[in-house]
Design a binder for this molecule. Sequence first.
Ligand code: LLP
Length: 406
Amino acid sequence: MKNKLQIEKINIDKLIKKYQTPLYVYSYNKLKNNYKKLTNILKKNIYYSVKANSNQAIISLFSKLGSGIDVVSGEELQRALKAKVNPNKIIFEGVGKSKDDLRLAIKKDIRQINIESVDEIKIINQLAKSLKRKINIGIRINPNIDGKTNKKISTGLDHNKFGINLKDLKKTIDKIKSSSNINFVGISCHIGSQIFSLSVYKRLFLKMIELEKFFTKNGLVVKHLDLGGGMGYDYAKKMKFDLYKFSRLINKYFSNVDYEISFEPGRFLTANSGLLITKILMIKSSRKINFIVVDAGMNTLIRPALYNEMHNIFSPKKNKGKKKYSIVGPICETSDTFAKEIVLPKQSIDDILIIEDVGAYGSSMSSNYNSKVLPAEILIKDNKDYLIRKRQDINELIKRDKIPKL
Ligand code: LLP
């Protein structure tokens, strides 16, 4: 059957013919509108958190719109630099930066490195000294505040590995003051992802204000206060993160401050911009369940398996007969399940299903499990499709292995 469904005037069948399935498709307009909406309402600086979607085309798109870029690994830093992001707009954080990562950040003189351990100060200072540089440092603080979200993506409590623990703040401040090649610029936090509660943010804001005062009292002036990302996106589309209320809350606490306020969202900017097109490989029934096996799996999109977060799935078919199906991938794990017993128009082998809202933590978390290749990714702008990542070739994977003569 021909699929009449179009993505911004491009026929899906044409896309599939050109790029095969599974296929990630992103909308330029949605990405741009998300950024514009966020900056127009919040009126604060944004550093796009690259981990949500690290395709260089997407990094470049946000960068050209004026966004700063937040990276959490040397590899993400290299991607951002390759995408021609001005180093002065890059913030680098993460609990485990290697010396090579730090050396690159210092050499490129990026805007700021956020430290997450006390020992990192010594390492950065020594590296900067040997490179004859002075580098801007921020401190990511673990404020011991519950983000009230899924435990796997909650980061702001004492028992989480992230940020400098409150008990170590004085030690951190003293260490910074005695380090000649670093320049303290500010403090940051990120207490988790998928936060919907504004009272959680209120608690966080109050804590960060208290901490800013503590730093000033101890002789370090905060020029930049970063409030992290985490703004929730409801995949079931039952509730919305209210940006206007969020903005009012920000203004209530931070309207007359003389330091830069920023956020580093990932999901909010990208989640709704992506679709995953997948083809039906098999249809089979157990005594109880009708299974549809599609060619995307937990290797392509791991979120349902890892966080039990179900993405909406729809079929472009318009036939009247309906049936209940569970949608699963081809990977040899029971967790490779995208949806349990959803109602769809009656499906056949080779039909297409579309998984929604995969723009964040979809492709960037995909893997080669079961030796599956990573799919192609395309960006649609003005009704034109642009290939932004080539589909992997199995031969590239195969040739990386070496069989030694044993
Ligand atoms: N800043 C830092 C330091 C982060 O660790 C993160 C996300 C963000 C900003 C952006 O958070 P967002 O605005 O996207 O919530 N893979 C999970 C999400 C993990 C988030 C990790 N850190 C998922 O698919 O739900």
